[in-house]
Each structure stands twice: as structure tokens, then as C-alpha cells.
Write a new protein. Structure first.
Length: 191
């Protein structure tokens, strides 16, 4: 099944152009990241979800073609139900125009969306309709070369006031994870 992006409603912004994507893809390959699920990153996503009190958490690497959730925490069956009564099914790979992480990568700054419906540029995003995501908190993974590799994020199917502590926590976990990823890449140590 192929994905045809919908034309945005007048005034909505598309996912921003990502001029660093080719260099990022090379850097991800150097570090051995972004193309396979990683149990250590799944455990990291579990920790993020617990810290944020959120049903979803991801360690997301973004290359030229897609987003890949190398670390993924999704709700257990029966715990998350979208507004239409269906249950979301989130796979490891997503198109670049899904979600909010591509915005974080291009902006190079954390993004706090307490209720995505309050922001017309984000409310029309496919994850709102397809997965019922209504709130998001994410921070960029910026390595020692200055390259944004991807993001760490938490998301919820209800509006959330993440607060200053939530923002500080997501930024700190992003910085911690980058150090671990680079150390693992250099030394071969586990996460």
C-alpha cells in the first residue's frame, strides 16, 4: 500500500524541507542506527514513557526517505482507543510527513504540543487522524558533530500539560541518549 500525501488545507504548513537529510543518513549509517529495531532502545523508550507518564514513546531516526522508530513503546492492547473507537497500530517506519518529529529535527529545538488541535499547522497531521495523537513532547538528538540524528519523544491520545519539568526531562534524556549512542558506536558497548 503506497501513501499519497493529502494536499494541506489552505494555510497549513507542510513538513519543513530537510536539507541535512543526506548528511544525516550518512551519519546514521556510520553509527549503525536507523534501520533496525533495537531492544536497548525499546527499553529506553519504555523508560521515556514512564518518565513522561505517556502511552507512547519513541527513539526516532530520520533519514532521506522515512522515520524509523528504533526504540518504540506503544500501549498494550486495550489501553489506547482512538476517538472513532478503533485501536491504533503503530509500525516501526513512518513517512516523513507523519508526526511531529521531522519538525523537531529541522528546527533543532524541542517541541511541546499540549493539544495539537490548538495549532492548525499541526492539527492536520496524519498521526492525529490515524493514531489519535493529541499531545506531543519531543527533543532533538544532536550528536557531537552538530548533526541532528532524530528525536526522543512521548505522545498521548489526550491533551496534556507537559509543563517545564516535562520539557526539561525530555531535553535531558535526549542529551543522555546521544552520549550513550556515540559511546556505543565508538567502543561497541551496549546502550
Amino acid at each position: 500500500m503506497s501513501y499519497e500525501p493529502a494536499r494541506p488545507a489552505r494555510g497549513l504548513l507542510l513538513t519543513p524541507e530537510d536539507r541535512e537529510a543526506p548528511a544525516r543518513a550518512r551519519r546514521l549509517r556510520e553509527l549503525g542506527l536507523g534501520r533496525h529495531a533495537d531492544p536497548a532502545l525499546d527499553a529506553y523508550a519504555d523508560r521515556l514513557a514512564e518518565l513522561g507518564g505517556a502511552p507512547y514513546a519513541m527513539v526516532n531516526f530520520i533519514d532521506e526517505e522515512q522515520q524509523f522508530f528504533a526504540g518504540l513503546r506503544i500501549p498494550y492492547a486495550g489501553t489506547a482507543v482512538k476517538a472513532d473507537g478503533t485501536r491504533p497500530e503503530l509500525g516501526r517506519g513512518q513517512p516523513r510527513d507523519h508526526g511531529f518529529c521531522p519538525h523537531v529535527v529541522v528546527r533543532r529545538h524541542a517541541l511541546v504540543l499540549e493539544d495539537v488541535r490548538d495549532y492548525p499547522r499541526f492539527a492536520g497531521n496524519p498521526v492525529v487522524d490515524e493514531y489519535g495523537i493529541l499531545s506531543y513532547l519531543g527533543a532533538p538528538l544532536i550528536d557531537s558533530t552538530g548533526m541532528v540524528l532524530g528525536t526522543v519523544c512521548v505522545a498521548d491520545v489526550r491533551p496534556r500539560a507537559w509543563g517545564r519539568s516535562g520539557l526539561d526531562t525530555i531535553k535531558a534524556t535526549a542529551a543522555e541518549l546521544v552520549l550513550r549512542l556515540e559511546r556505543r558506536g565508538a567502543d561497541g558497548f551496549p546502550l
